[in-house]
Write a protein that binds this ligand. Structure first.
Ligand SMILES: Cc1cc2nc3c(=O)[nH]c(=O)nc-3n(C[C@H](O)[C@H](O)[C@H](O)COP(=O)(O)OP(=O)(O)OC[C@H]3O[C@@H](n4cnc5c(N)ncnc54)[C@H](O)[C@@H]3O)c2cc1C
Length: 447
């Protein structure tokens, strides 16, 4: 199968979760794969990195991530490359607990009874608030979790008590869509809720990595492919695509039946635009490539920051069995969540503070987060180890957003979290896009 001289040959540009999901799917369909990743480590926006600490070098992530049980394709592909999600991920029923004990905690019951019981027993919410959320959830269920495409999450949730918006809707919206509820697409929000709450038992569970993101899938996927004779080139940035009749060449190298752009939107746009003016490309295809590139380039993006910090005192830890807490967020207190890495396979006292849609410069953000931890958690003497900011962490998940499609023309395809699809920019969105592109490539080749 793989390595066979007559097998169709695909090049994949980008070794994030989407690129490796596509590579694996195509390899399983009998294709030969050459994957180019610009960085020296695979994983893209969900990868491991080294963190220097006074105690030595630690392995952490480029940003704290959280998955949910409904990420079925990501979990399936992890298993396919020999990763046991039961070991690699800490699984716990959905919970948005605050330091004062208030907030939501779902019991480990079958869906949707876990959500019903979680809402009915939420601590710190009045009976009227709980009933309001239950009634609204019932209405969403009755309407099939659909709404008019121009609706924002704020409009969808208009009329709900302020506390529910502040303690449930907004934290959920910002962590799932990385877009504030006043601007976020209600269609995508409802889709995430539907899949989390109704995709079966455990769909709403939170899954938090216990090992670095690279070792969850991209690194074992690269090994899996290499062991089967496929070619994985790290530290290899593609600068040019050239059409060669029905085939494509990368940087003047060998020819491929299909090229899949699995790099971020801006880079895919740059490569597509440059290829669009190649003299051997029919004019009609050049125009289509330009239109695709324009759409990809126009996507608005939003940042996410993670502040890694070390506590000064062993008593400064989250309650055992609860490795994350929701934080009360305000302009001067920007972190939405804190994760106790000591409970997640890391060293005692290592904390990861997550600031979704962060806008402040690094130094200010870091100082604000330390002050927030002191005020809300009582942690004095916390030391910031590193603040990682990704300014283009996700696309802005707005209503009526035009996301580009996966086909760019004959033999040229794209995949990634930003392409047309039901999900916001997430690991599962990237993986599903990679699988979908691979299936489309294989089907087009057979046709
Ligand atoms: C800080 C942060 C926190 C996040 N939190 C969550 C979360 O909690 N849950 C969740 O589900 N998602 C989260 N996300 C989003 C998630 O990480 C992304 O949706 C997903 O990783 C995107 O994968 P991808 O393969 O589509 O793109 P990418 O990961 O961007 O992969 C593209 C790859 O292409 C490579 N590349 C670029 N140009 C070239 C070139 N010319 N030649 C070769 N290679 C090239 C890049 O180096 C990169 O490795 C978060 C993202 C960030 C940054």
């Amino acid at each position: 199968m793989s390595g066979a001289g007559n097998a169709p040959h695909a090049a994949i540009v980008g070794g994030g979760w989407a690129g490796f999901a596509a590579a694996l799917t195509l390899a399983q369909a009998g294709w030969r794969i050459r994957l180019h990743e610009a960085a020296r480590e695979p994983g893209g926006r969900a990868r491991g990195m080294d963190l220097e600490t006074p105690q030595g070098r630690l392995r952490v992530d480029n940003g704290q991530h959280i998955l949910i049980g409904a990420y079925t394709e990501s979990l399936r592909l992890m298993r396919a490359v020999g990763v046991d999600p039961g070991q690699a991920l800490h699984r716990q029923p959905m919970a948005l607990p605050y330091a004062d004990g208030s907030g939501l905690r779902f019991p480990d019951w079958p869906a949707p009874f876990d959500a019903l019981a979680g809402i009915a027993t939420a601590r710190g919410w009045s009976m009227a608030e709980r009933l309001a959320l239950l009634a609204r959830a019932a209405r969403w269920r009755l309407t099939g979790f659909r709404c008019a495409p121009e609706t924002t999450v704020a409009i969808l949730c208009a009329g709900l008590p302020r506390r529910l918006l502040d303690e449930f809707i907004d934290p959920l919206c910002i962590s799932a869509l990385n877009t504030p509820m006043e601007q976020a697409s209600a269609t995508v929000f409802l889709r995430v809720l539907r899949d989390a709450l109704f995709s079966g038992r455990g769909g709403s569970h939170f899954l938090v990595p216990r090992q670095d993101l690279g070792s969850l899938f991209p690194i074992p996927a690269a090994q899996w492919l290499a062991q089967r004779g496929h070619c994985i080139e790290l530290g290899s940035r593609i600068t040019e695509l050239q059409p060669q009749g029905p085939q494509w060449m990368l940087d003047g190298d060998e020819r491929f039946e299909a090229v899949l752009l699995a790099c971020p939107a801006a880079e895919a746009s740059r490569l597509a635009l440059a290829a669009s003016s190649h003299p051997s490309l029919p004019a009609r295809e050049g125009v289509a490539l330009q239109a695709w590139a324009k759409q990809a380039e126009a996507l608005p993006h939003r940042p996410i920051a993670t502040v890694y910090a070390q506590t000064a005192d062993a008593s400064h830890a989250l309650p055992p069995g609860q490795p994350w807490l929701a934080l009360r967020c305000a302009p001067e207190a920007p972190a939405q969540f804190v994760f106790d890495r000591g409970q997640l396979g890391g060293p005692q006292g290592l904390m990861a503070f997550v600031i979704s849609d962060s806008a402040a410069p690094r130094a200010r953000l870091q100082a604000q987060v330390l002050a927030q931890a002191q005020e809300q958690l009582g942690w004095h003497g916390l030391t910031a180890l590193r603040t990682v900011i990704d300014k283009r962490a996700t696309f802005s998940c707005l209503p009526l957003l035009h996301r580009p499609g996966l086909s760019l023309g004959h033999g040229l395809w794209a995949c990634g979290d930003y392409l047309q699809g039901p999900y916001p920019a997430t690991i599962e969105g990237a993986v599903r896009s990679g699988i979908q592109a691979a299936q489309a490539i294989a089907a087009a080749h057979r046709a």
